[in-house]
Design a protein around this ligand. Structure first.
Ligand code: GLC
Ligand code: MG
Length: 721
């Protein structure tokens, strides 16, 4: 694949049902505005000349209750822009609160996808806490900048639920709120920039976070699809179908129509609207009220909130005797929505949004783009919109009487109505078009990408973990370090080798001890870091730990019992704290007293304990889980990332390197090796270098032509040997 010129932007939006057309908005609480936004963003970003590719990555859903389209791994949105569906936990549909345990696997599977593609994105943008978490992980692995959009925030939600009398315990159980907030903090901490919709969101919502950095926050309000939402034509060629769902409710369809479009969610406060309408006689004589609140079969089968809202509407209609004045169609399709606004425009009506809080309110822009004035809650989104567009009135959603009064004003003053209608139309085109949105977005992204390129902490400016087809793995002590000149020459070679070669380190040292030696010897961060004799794997400059590997090696690990059992043997003294790890117990050996490794293994086995016992330099003894060693960590990496072991060159000098030198890897034993490795001499694909320390590694690289065509020993030689 040729090096790309334009940007490759990856948008992550994990939950809900994401597809390119006929979005099932409102079908469940996870398929709403965020989904519309990300799909539209993916479609419009690719139109920008600086953007070459866009992947909108979501969860793959294989569920007989749902459209098979959600199970398709790839769906093209436009040339260069596609939806990519990645497996994540069980195949069936899951609510977003249930996705948390599966997000690490989502990230792993996404890495696998990227490796197959062979190139890494320039920017990873996580939408909502779940995808923010995945984006932060991936950005850390690949050393790629990330962006974050919260869409709604856990801390805000928790406060609101507390105000409604929910106990913390219940909030936790129902919403996994701690996990969500932690993910948001993590995403904010890692993000190069944060995209928000309104100024209020920055000042009142993000400000609640520990990682609140307002300088990194850009207010880029969502845009509206101006090709879908337009003023009505003078005459309709054909009567829009949605008319037939509304007219049966109304005695006089010609009266100004007060339109509300929202999910039947108590927070949208539609009941207050019906009450305001019902209580104000002049208003309900002068206008009709049309409420489009999702789709339903049977109110009794809806979730509690929706049931409540609909029952309240029905009740208020009856109480205030609003028959013939209020319409609440049972069903509508996404295609009907533009006609609803147009219909309201034809009658010189208004769009009403009395929500208790309104972080954005895309419907307000749809109304504006259709030429329909708005009467909306004085909160985040409506405030910014009315300030820019001057297309209506702001109201206090708790004051029912004033709401009725303002609505009456809005539908009574024709001259004012015309001004609002025109101003809204103009404002929507000027401030809320997709090209304007994308332009601001690409500018923010470009800055982040350039800054990241300058600050690269690894050998190269490309995400080698994704592009590499081979890896040089080096032990540290007595291999990588020991000869300064050799080391500099080796690092130069690796840097020059380009994005096809990754740099790995496999050491007995802990992560902390490794970092200090890397600093001391001015060694750049490796792409893959195996520490503590293979009991942990980390990736990228931010050293993201491989959680899957940790799960994998925990098997049968009983550190307490092992420590206890070792007390029975003479000649082993526990190393200091820096030598101990979660999955590593290390001793120094007194050679005069200590039994052999084989005897140690036998002793542990008799105590019914399983462990991997490794000696180095005749001086150190490491006890590790049975699934852990440098060699096993390397093979785990190889399998997971799809780099075959025979594309891994491995250099070492002592006992704990043995397992990674044998097998299909291309082994290099440096000239200054410990005698304990002599037994490997003559084995296939283990090269004994003359050169000492890093010079030995260089010699090995040349021996195998590892940065070139890669020359391994003839298989025949093995057979005849
Ligand atoms: C490193 C570690 C030590 C370990 C030794 C052999 O020196 O710090 O704990 O025993 O390697 O693997
Ligand atoms: Mg060593």
């Amino acid at each position: 694949m040729p090096e790309s010129q334009g940007r490759y932007i990856m948008l992550l939006s994990v939950h809900g049902r994401v597809r390119g057309c006929d979005m099932e908005l409102g079908a469940d609480p996870d398929t709403g505005g965020q989904i519309t936004y990300v799909v539209e963003l993916a479609r419009d970003l690719i139109k920008h000349p600086d953007v070459e590719r866009v992947d909108l990555v979501t969860r793959r859903i294989v569920d007989s209750r749902f459209d098979p389209a959600y199970a398709e791994p790839i769906e093209e949105l436009a040339p260069g822009s596609q939806i990519v569906r990645i497996d994540c936990g069980p195949k069936r549909y899951l609510a977003k609160e249930s996705l948390w345990p599966h997000l690490d696997s989502f990230a792993d599977n996404l890495v696998f996808y990227l490796r197959q593609q062979g190139h890494a994105p320039d920017l990873i943008h996580g939408h909502y806490a779940d995808a923010g978490y995945v984006a932060a992980r991936l950005a850390g692995l690949l050393d790629v900048p990330m962006a974050f959009t919260g869409h709604s925030l856990g801390r805000v939600k928790r406060e609101r639920l507390r105000e409604h009398g929910y106990s913390d315990e219940k909030i936790e159980k129902q919403y996994r709120i701690t996990r969500r907030i932690e993910a948001e903090e993590h995403a904010l901490d890692n993000a190069s920039f944060v995209v928000t919709s309104t100024h209020q969101e920055v000042e009142e919502q993000y400000a609640l976070y520990d990682n609140y950095q307002p300088k990194r926050m850009f207010v880029i309000p969502p845009a509206v699809d101006l090709s879908r939402f337009t003023p009505p034509p003078r005459r309709w060629q054909k009567r829009p179908a949605i008319f037939d769902a509304i007219t049966p409710f109304l005695a006089d369809c010609g009266k100004p129509m007060i339109l509300a479009v929202s999910r039947p969610d108590p927070r949208k406060n539609i009941t207050a609207l019906v009450e305001a309408f019902g209580k104000n006689k002049a208003l309900n004589e002068a206008a009709n009220l049309v409420i489009v609140a999702g789709n339903r079969e049977d109110i009794n089968t809806l979730d509690r909130g929706a049931r409540e809202v609909l029952n309240e509407i029905l009740h208020a209609v009856d109480l205030y005797d609003l028959y013939g004045k209020v319409a609440y169609p049972k069903k509508h399709r996404a295609e009907d929505v533009p006609f609803l606004y147009q219909l309201a425009v034809k009658t010189k009506g208004v769009f009403a949004n009395p929500a208790l809080t309104e972080p954005f309110g895309l419907t307000l822009l749809e109304a504006a783009a259709s030429g329909l004035p708005i009467v909306a809650t004085a909160d985040g989104g409506p405030r910014d919109i009315v300030a820019l567009c001057r297309n209506g009135l702001l109201i206090d959603p708790h004051d029912v009487e004033a709401l009725g009064q303002k609505l009456l004003e809005a539908v009574s003053d024709r001259a004012q109505w015309k001004k609002w209608s025109r101003a809204g139309l103009r404002g929507a085109h000027r401030h809320y078009s997709w090209p304007a949105h994308v332009e601001k977005y690409v500018r923010a992204a470009g800055t982040a990408i350039q800054r990241a390129a300058k600050n690269h902490r690894t050998l190269s400016a490309s995400a080698r973990l994704i592009t590499a087809n081979r890896v040089v793995f080096c032990d540290i002590d007595n291999t990588l370090i020991g000869d300064k000149k050799g080391l500099r020459e080796l690092l130069r070679m690796l840097k020059a080798a380009g994005s096809g070669v990754a740099f790995g380190i496999a050491t007995g040292r802990s992560k902390a001890l490794t970092l200090s030696v890397l600093r001391e010897w001015k060694i750049p961060s490796p792409e893959i870091l195996i520490t503590s004799v293979g009991s942990a794997i980390h990736y990228g400059p931010r050293l993201i730990e491989d959680r899957g590997y940790e799960q994998h090696i925990r098997y049968r690990w009983r550190p307490e019992a092992l420590r206890e059992a070792m007390k029975a043997l003479p000649g082993f003294e526990l190393q200091g704290d820096e030598g101990q790890g979660r999955y590593k117990i290390s001793f120094t050996i007194d050679p005069d007293e200590a039994p052999s490794v084989a005897d140690v293994v036998r002793h542990l086995r008799r105590s019914r304990l399983q462990a991997n016992v490794i000696a180095s330099h005749g001086a150190y003894l490491d006890i590790l889980p049975i699934r852990a060693s440098k060699g096993m960590a390397l093979r785990y990496f190889a399998l997971k990332w799809g780099v075959p072991p025979d594309r891994c060159l491995v250099a070492g000098d002592s006992g704990n390197d043995e397992e990674m030198l044998t097998g299909n890897t291309l082994g290099v034993v440096v000239g200054n090796h410990d005698p304990e490795l002599e037994k490997l001499r003559g084995e296939p694909d283990i090269y004994f270098a003359e050169g000492q320390y890093a010079w030995g590694i260089i010699e090995g690289i040349k021996h195998y032509d590892f940065l070139g065509r890669i020359r391994t020993e003839e298989p025949e030689a093995v057979v005849h040997a």
